[in-house]
Design a protein around this ligand. Structure first.
Ligand code: CO
Length: 177
């Protein structure tokens, strides 16, 4: 397995609709494993393929990484088939380092897709799981969490992000000793 590089907004891949996966073959399965490793390494609960610069409809998620049971999901072509209720969550994003913002989502979702073995699956999620699935599936449609913010709130968050990104750039440019 290997770690993949996470791209930061405004990388073009993050505002592009990702393509369906035609077949979950060995290459895609290994890519899912690399995504999972990258997600755990970055302390993320979810990761969508565009964040690692691959414009395909794939996501990984683990909202309970400390649990003894295997709670890792690796899904291709995920689709929300039902959603209910409303939940507000303070979201962050691996492609938007340094900022968080409250987003309104559905509280429960029913999702279908294709697992790592190429089998069709469907499952329900609520709370953080529901939030994460909606956040990651948005990424597959080129939608970012800040796109759910409007007006002044959005302008403030984007200004904060520009500052955070600049700071990261300064750190990256600094020669290491
Ligand atoms: Co994200």
């Amino acid at each position: 397995m290997s770690l993949l590089k996470i791209v930061y907004y405004p990388a073009e891949v993050l505002t592009t609709r990702a393509e369906d996966v035609a077949h979950v073959d060995g290459t895609i399965a290994r890519f899912m494993d690399d995504m999972a490793e990258t997600m755990y390494h970055s302390h993320g609960v979810g990761l969508a393929a565009p964040l690692v610069n691959f414009s395909r409809r794939i996501l990984t998620m683990d909202v309970d990484p400390e649990s003894n049971t295997d709670s890792l999901l690796r899904i291709a072509n995920p689709e929300i088939v039902e959603k209910h209720g409303e939940i507000v969550w303070e979201e962050g994003c691996l492609s938007f380092p340094g900022i968080t913002a409250e987003v309104v989502r559905s509280a429960e979702v029913l999702v279908k897709g294709i697992d790592r073995e190429g089998e069709e699956i469907s499952f329900e999620a609520s709370g953080l799981g529901a939030v994460c699935l909606q956040h990651e599936i948005d990424h597959l449609d080129g939608i970012n969490f800040v796109d759910h913010l409007r007006g002044l709130k959005r302008r403030l968050v984007m200004r904060e992000y520009a500052k955070a990104l600049k700071e990261l750039q300064v750190l990256a440019d600094r020669p290491s000793v």
